[in-house]
Design a protein around this ligand. Structure first.
Ligand SMILES: CC(C)(COP(=O)(O)OP(=O)(O)OC[C@H]1O[C@@H](n2cnc3c(N)ncnc32)[C@H](O)[C@@H]1OP(=O)(O)O)[C@@H](O)C(=O)NCCC(=O)NCCS
Length: 147
């Protein structure tokens, strides 16, 4: 399995859209209508942060992506997703490590993200050194790690 990461290009957007849609359908089906109504806002966020959108490629196939955004004094991992067929092969962890390395290079000393309490992604974050620091107003767990 030959894995490489690269910056997203515009032709990745349909795959990213499908990944986000799969996530909503799997984890927040009650919110799919709202998510769809806000598609324009999501698209703007992806495009405005295009240079922070990383894509994982396996054997020349799209296999996943991550997006981070710069906040006042920390770098927020906004999305991380690996296509179903490629999960549990270390791609999520590779994307997570790449985000950590990039934001460190850019001078951020704090990494943050949030995750549903029932999402096993939390295990990946904990194994990567993230620590749960509380819960946000939507019931998501907030995780942090020094950069
Ligand atoms: C979360 C996600 C990105 C993980 O990607 P992945 O490529 O499967 O993750 P990895 O193979 O790198 O896993 C790294 C570690 O995380 C933990 N982990 C990941 N998925 C897990 C699962 N379903 N159950 C239990 N542990 C899991 C394990 O400790 C794993 O290490 P191991 O395989 O050696 O045991 C992927 O499951 C996904 O895209 N989920 C849907 C989108 C999503 O929920 N994103 C997170 C939103 S906060």
């Amino acid at each position: 399995m030959a894995l490489r990461l690269r910056q997203a290009c515009v032709t990745d957007l349909p795959s990213i859209y499908r990944g986000e849609q799969d996530y909503i359908r799997c984890w927040e089906p009650d919110h799919e209508d709202t998510w769809r109504l806000q598609l324009e806002r999501h698209l703007v966020r992806w495009v405005e942060n295009f240079d922070r959108l990383t894509v994982a490629i396996i054997d020349e196939q799209f296999a996943g992506y991550s997006l981070w955004t710069p906040e006042q004094d920390y770098a927020e991992l906004s999305t991380i997703n690996v296509s179903q067929a490629y999960r549990r092969n270390g791609i999520g962890r590779t994307l997570l490590d790449a985000y950590a390395a990039t934001v460190k290079q850019q001078g951020f000393t704090h990494l943050r993200l949030s995750v549903r309490p029932d999402n096993p992604a939390g295990l990946m974050y904990e194994r990567a050194g993230f620590v749960c620091v509380g819960t946000d107003s939507h019931g998501y767990l907030r995780y942090e790690r020094p950069g």
